[in-house]
Design a binder for this molecule. Structure first.
Ligand code: ADP
Ligand code: MG
Length: 319
């Protein structure tokens, strides 16, 4: 029914209901080949601290939790890695401690790494776990210290306890996903002496995706994707290969929080991860839209362009 075609009032509601029902049905049918294709596949989703801080007017955390649970219920194996930069800064402010940054990285003294650990493992991680477990008994919160998941070393003495990943020991993740749990990972790592380090969550998400051979690596952030010009909202780059991203990095168009995401995307797709995506976490149900519909959103990164360019179901997937 179009607006210009007047319909007798008595039928209008029925027709509208019918149209809504057939739209719902077509959305579900559209999802079918994707559900089939991604069944049993592992997807690492990095949820940014900015997304969690709530830049949108809907309850972004609750919608995110629904998406993760739906992915899990149709047979995918989601793994959540989260940051918490704004929340760490907020607690530091409450404690009267001024955050200091060097080249965009937080200078992390012994007190600050304690605060980071408290916020990530004590506040942000259980918020995510609880939001997911509203829908059932799915999520288990761990940090990179558990079962030696993330081994780290100091990046630079000047930065204090800011860590680089030296090794991912994914056994605990395999154990959890084999038991059909959803691991939710706070990005604190430790070195061989037990010293804790705060590690960039983008970097950890990429390293974990590689270590477990994930199908997809997804970054949910506070911008619609990678822009050719960060100040120009119409300059979204929809698809890029790892080599193309290397060129963009060399051109210097990638700055701040986008640097570790792009570095991890290029590294991941060159090391077995099929696709990496940078998506706008402010869009309601953006994960479902990306994974289960034909709509390509955000920026998609692949190793080579001679692969099928759209993340389409394989031909004959339903036959
Ligand atoms: P998150 O909490 O998701 O990690 P960040 O603030 O660390 O968020 O990273 C996302 C930010 O990266 C964007 O909000 C944007 O300001 C910045 N950025 C820098 N260069 C670019 C670019 N070329 N395209 C898009 N965003 C960029
Ligand atoms: Mg960031």
């Amino acid at each position: 029914m179009t607006r210009n075609e007047p319909t007798p009032d008595a039928n209008a509601d029925t027709n509208a209901d019918g149209a809504a029902a057939s739209l719902k049905a077509s959305v579900l049918v559209e999802a079918l080949p994707y559900i089939r294709r991604f069944a049993g596949k592992t997807v690492v989703v990095k949820y940014g601290g900015n997304a969690l801080a709530g830049t949108s007017d809907h309850d972004a955390l609750a919608l995110f939790a629904e998406d993760i649970v739906l992915m899990r219920l149709v047979g995918m194996r989601p793994i959540v890695v989260h940051g918490g930069g704004p929340q760490i800064s907020a607690l530091m402010a409450r404690l009267g401690k001024e955050p200091e940054f060097l080249d965009g990285l937080r200078i992390t003294d012994a007190e600050t790494v304690d605060i980071a650990r408290m916020v990530l493992k004590g506040q942000v991680n259980p918020q995510l776990v609880a939001a997911i477990n509203v829908h059932g008994r799915f999520a288990v919160g761990i940090s990179g210290v558990d079962a030696g998941l993330i081994r780290a070393t100091a990046r630079d003495e000047k930065l204090g306890f800011v860590g680089d990943v030296t090794q991912i020991n994914p056994e605990v993740i395999h154990g959890l996903i084999d038991d059909e749990f959803i691991p939710v990972i706070a990005t604190i790592g430790s070195d061989e002496t037990g010293q804790a380090y705060n590690i960039n969550a983008d970097t950890v998400a990429g390293a974990i995706a590689e270590a477990i051979g994930a199908e997809k690596l997804v970054y949910l952030t506070d911008i619609e994707g990678l822009r050719r010009d960060v100040a120009d909202a119409t300059s979204l780059i929809r698809q890029a290969t790892a080599d193309e991203l290397d060129e963009l990095v060399a051109e210097g168009i990638i700055a701040g929080g986008m640097i570790p995401k792009i570095a991890s995307c290029t590294h991941a797709v060159r090391n077995g991860v099929h696709r990496a995506h940078i998506l706008d976490g402010r869009i309601a149900h953006v994960l479902l839209l990306e994974v289960f519909t034909d709509a390509g959103i955000g920026t998609m990164v692949m190793q080579h362009r001679d692969e099928p360019t759209l993340d389409q179901p394989l031909e004959g997937a339903l036959s």
